[in-house]
Structures are given as structure tokens and as C-alpha cells.
Write a protein that binds this ligand. Structure first.
Ligand code: FUL
Length: 443
């Protein structure tokens, strides 16, 4: 048992600590590269490789490079389809878990250079990055750390191999906007698992492409949202506690919760990206041509991801010919036009706006009708809003049309359309004075 003197000393220390002025922790704020990523909202993920030809989701590394032979590869078609969906960037699987490289890596023979495609002279990464730029889109690359082909996998030499591959990709193909690190870490060809040198991988990207954001479960710039269904958490904070998700692929309690929701008092800015496929699988499978998500479903995903303060990375896999299939192309175009139509006219632009404290009021000379609201915080100062309500003055009384939790870069709300001359949005927070922009659309 603690003796009395020890107990008093202990109590005094606690009191002294309490009476010291408490300095609030510095609020996490985004970097310039993260702000650019927030603004880019929607990206298209492209899963393409030997799995496209073997009809599998995960190759085992024994695939014959000769199996990769797309007769009509057209990366410009991918980029145009992405643009029609309103996407701003594409991310290509330069290497998936099977280890097959879509560029002529000098570090392995398991690559396009040893396929029959274009007589071994082809380079999908080159055509992809050129096409993105020609269409005014950002180019991103996925380089799977898990490699089921590479013999050095499972030894320290593999970290050198992986860094050298990163160097090839990040020095040979111009500006890269996003580097996508998959957290999957299975066994290599010799049955061993790899201890990845994440700090070295991250430092390599920063050194060679300082404007690129790095995605993984653990950031460092953009975090996985915690599921592969394209759904952000609600609430969804951009900040996280790095101690909860210390490195990509980490296992433990509370990780998925942290990825889904973030943490209002988190010390690092690490916004969520929601990845999901337009088809059941990540790679193209002929049997899934009839299971392509339509524009309604894609719009719902947009509301559940971008509309909840996340980015959306929508996977659209090319066929064996090397092009996106007709149903996918049609769906992307319909998704894009639905969004352009929905968000064409911001009715709030014609309102007289008055902001006081945590309330923004809008007033129009004549009644307006709307059923969709888009709220945004000035996130360059951090994310503050914990909850909000949107009220309309109807028949002399304030009626709540929409409400929710966090706002961040964007919060979308859909509700039964109302007609009114006055609206007020109340943003609640204990974290500072929020700056909220309100946009309203017919719906
Ligand atoms: C996962 C991978 O195992 C899947 O094949 C796919 O690439 C997905 C985006 O990430 O971890």
C-alpha cells in the first residue's frame, strides 16, 4: 500500500500539473500538396496487368510474361473516359502483387520487356503518363510492395529492389501526383514475408516527387478510408492520431475506426481516400460485364465519399484489348453529366450572405427552391466543425432541412426540396471559429 507521505507528494504533483497553463495542441493543417489533392476530389484507378489475361484477382507470380498482350492498348481512351466522369487524375497499377511490371524495369525480367507485346519494346507506364498529360489529367502510380515473383522478397535486399523500382518510376515519367502504397503483405516465392522499410520508401518519394501525395493505411499524406466500398465514415475528420495507425498494414484494435472517422484532436493531417471498383472485381473479368455500377450508384458513392470529406478513387479496369469496356465508358460519362447538371447553378451565389459567429444566413429577394446543399470549411486553417444544421424559414418558422456531423473540404446533403427566401446554417464546434461556405442546388 502507498504510504501517506508518498500519497501527498503524488497529489501535489497532480495539482501543480493542473495549475500550469494548458497550451492547446497545435491544430493539424494540410500541406500544399494535400490541398491540391482535396481539390482534385475524384480519381480513376486502373487495375491492369497479367491478371487481366488470367481472369484472376491476385496472380501468384508464376504467370508467363508472354500472357500480357493487349492488341489495342489505348491509354488516351482511358483518360478521355476519366475526364467524362469529371475525374482529375488516374492511378495505374504499375506492378500488382504478382510482380509483373508494366514498364521495362531493369531490375527484373518479369516485365513488359519480356512479353511479346510490341515485340518487347512497349511501356504501358510511358503511354499512360503521356495520355494523362495530353488530356490535362494527373498521373498516379501504384507499386505493390508485396511481390510474389521477386526472389529477393523476404530479405533486406528486397527493400533495395523496391526503392530502385520506385526510383525508376519517379525519375523516368515526369510529374507524378499520387503514389499508392498497398498495405497487403503476404508471402513471397520463398514463403517469407517482408519487413518493409516504410521510412525509406516514403523518403524516396519525397526526394524524387515532392509534390506527389503518398497514399497508404498510414499516409503519410492520404489515408485509406478503411473499406473497399467507397464509403467514408460519418463523422470524418482529416486529422488522425499517428500512434493508432503507425505503418501501412498495421493490425490492431481501433485501426478501422480511426481510418473511417479520423480524430478531431489528431496531430497530423491525413485525409481519407475511398477506393471502390465500378465492377465487383478490381481487374477486368468477362463475366462481370453485366455488373457495372450505373450512374445512380456512382452518384450515391460520390455523396458517401466526396460528400463526406473524402476523396473518391473509382477503379475502372481495362479489358484484354487494352481499352475500357463500353458499359464502363457509358457509366462514367453518365456519372459525369449527372454531376455537371446537379451542380451547374449555385443558388447561394445570388443571395445576400451574412456570417456572424458560427451562423451563416442567406437571404434572397425572391423565393428559391433547392434540395441539395454543399458546405465547405476553409480547411487551410484546419478542420473544426463537429456538427451543423441547415434551416429554412417556411411560413414564418425555422424548419430544419438537413443536419449532420463534420464538414471539412466538402459535405453534401440531399433533402426534400424546399422553397424559401431565407436560410441559416449553424456550425457547432469547440475547436475555434469555423469559416463555412454554403452552396445550394436545385437537386
Ligand atoms: C488491395 C489489393 O489486394 C487488391 O488486389 C486491390 O489492388 C486493392 C485496391 O487493394 O489491397
Amino acid at each position: 500500500m502507498m504510504d501517506r507521505r508518498a500519497f501527498l507528494a503524488c497529489g501535489a504533483a497532480v495539482l501543480a500539473a493542473r495549475s500550469r497553463p494548458v497550451r492547446p495542441p497545435a491544430r493539424a493543417v494540410p500541406s500544399a500538396r494535400q490541398l491540391a489533392w482535396h481539390a482534385s476530389e475524384v480519381g480513376i484507378f486502373v487495375h491492369f496487368g497479367v491478371n487481366t489475361f488470367s481472369d484472376r484477382e491476385w496472380g501468384d507470380g508464376t504467370e508467363d510474361p508472354a500472357s500480357f498482350n493487349p492488341p489495342a492498348l489505348d491509354c488516351r481512351q482511358w483518360a478521355r473516359a476519366a475526364k467524362s466522369a469529371g475525374a482529375t487524375r488516374l492511378v495505374l497499377t504499375a506492378k500488382h502483387h504478382d510482380g509483373f511490371c508494366l514498364w521495362p524495369s531493369r531490375l527484373t525480367t518479369h516485365a513488359v520487356s519480356h512479353s511479346v507485346w510490341r515485340g518487347g519494346q512497349g511501356d504501358v507506364v510511358r503511354e499512360f503518363t503521356d495520355a494523362c498529360r495530353a488530356e490535362g489529367l494527373g498521373a498516379g502510380l501504384y507499386l505493390s510492395p508485396w511481390d510474389r515473383h521477386e526472389p529477393s522478397y523476404g530479405t533486406p535486399a528486397y527493400n533495395d529492389h523496391y526503392v530502385a523500382q520506385l526510383e525508376e518510376l519517379l525519375t523516368g515519367y515526369g510529374p507524378i501526383v499520387e503514389v499508392w502504397f498497398d498495405g497487403a503483405n503476404g508471402e513471397g516465392p520463398n514463403g517469407k514475408r517482408q519487413v518493409y522499410d516504410w521510412p525509406r520508401f516514403f523518403a524516396t518519394v519525397r526526394r524524387l516527387q515532392p509534390n506527389a501525395v503518398m497514399f497508404s493505411d498510414a499516409g503519410p499524406d492520404v489515408r485509406w478510408i478503411g473499406n473497399e466500398r467507397g464509403m467514408a465514415g460519418d463523422p470524418n475528420w482529416c486529422a488522425v492520431d499517428p500512434g493508432v495507425v503507425p505503418y501501412p498494414g498495421a493490425q490492431g484494435s481501433g485501426i478501422i475506426e480511426e481510418l473511417q472517422h479520423g480524430d478531431p484532436r489528431g496531430t497530423v493531417w491525413r485525409p481519407g481516400e475511398a477506393d471502390v471498383s465500378i465492377r465487383p472485381g478490381w481487374f477486368w473479368h468477362p463475366a462481370e460485364d453485366g455488373a457495372v455500377k450505373g450512374a445512380d450508384e456512382l452518384l450515391d458513392l460520390y455523396f458517401a465519399s466526396v460528400g463526406r470529406n473524402a476523396g473518391l478513387l473509382l477503379n475502372v479496369p481495362p479489358t484484354r484489348a487494352g481499352v475500357l469496356a463500353d458499359p464502363d465508358v457509358a457509366s462514367l460519362a453518365a456519372f459525369g453529366s449527372r454531376r455537371s447538371a446537379l451542380f451547374a447553378t449555385d443558388l447561394a451565389a445570388a443571395a445576400h450572405v451574412h456570417a456572424a459567429g458560427n451562423v451563416v444566413e442567406l437571404e434572397w429577394p425572391r423565393p428559391v427552391q433547392f434540395g441539395v446543399a454543399a458546405l465547405s470549411e476553409a480547411i487551410e486553417f484546419g478542420q473544426m466543425v463537429e456538427s451543423f444544421t441547415l434551416d429554412a424559414l417556411l411560413g414564418g418558422a425555422w424548419v430544419t432541412c438537413a443536419g449532420g456531423t463534420t464538414i471539412g473540404h466538402k459535405r453534401l446533403a440531399r433533402f426534400e426540396p424546399v422553397e424559401t427566401r431565407r436560410v441559416r446554417v449553424t456550425a457547432r464546434t469547440g475547436l475555434g471559429v469555423p469559416r463555412v461556405t454554403v452552396r445550394l442546388y436545385e437537386g
